[in-house]
Design a protein around this ligand. Structure first.
Ligand SMILES: [Zn+2]
Length: 81
């Protein structure tokens, strides 16, 4: 008899019989299946590596206005001291 390691999925509800804690997950080769021990529901798990990190980095181009504020020296030639 082929025995696969089955793990119960805690809190999982079978989509067919709506029984909770009846779903098991097991591996068969490279594929993962979930199976309901209650009604025999079986479905292949589609494992997709979902990147959690948001890769939406907006390149904010800083439009620095070249406002060159040159210090203006008001030199009064007639300044007396
Ligand atoms: Zn079921």
């Amino acid at each position: 008899m082929f025995k696969a390691k089955k793990r119960f999925i805690a809190g999982a509800v079978c989509p067919r019989c709506s029984e909770m804690d009846k779903l098991t997950i097991f591996k068969e080769g490279e594929k993962e299946f979930r199976e309901c021990v209650g009604c025999g529901f079986r479905e292949q798990m589609l494992l997709q590596s979902t990147p959690n990190e948001l890769d939406t980095r907006v390149n904010k181009t800083k439009e620095e206005k070249e406002a060159e504020t040159q210090p203006v020296r008001l030199v009064d030639p007639n300044e007396k001291r």
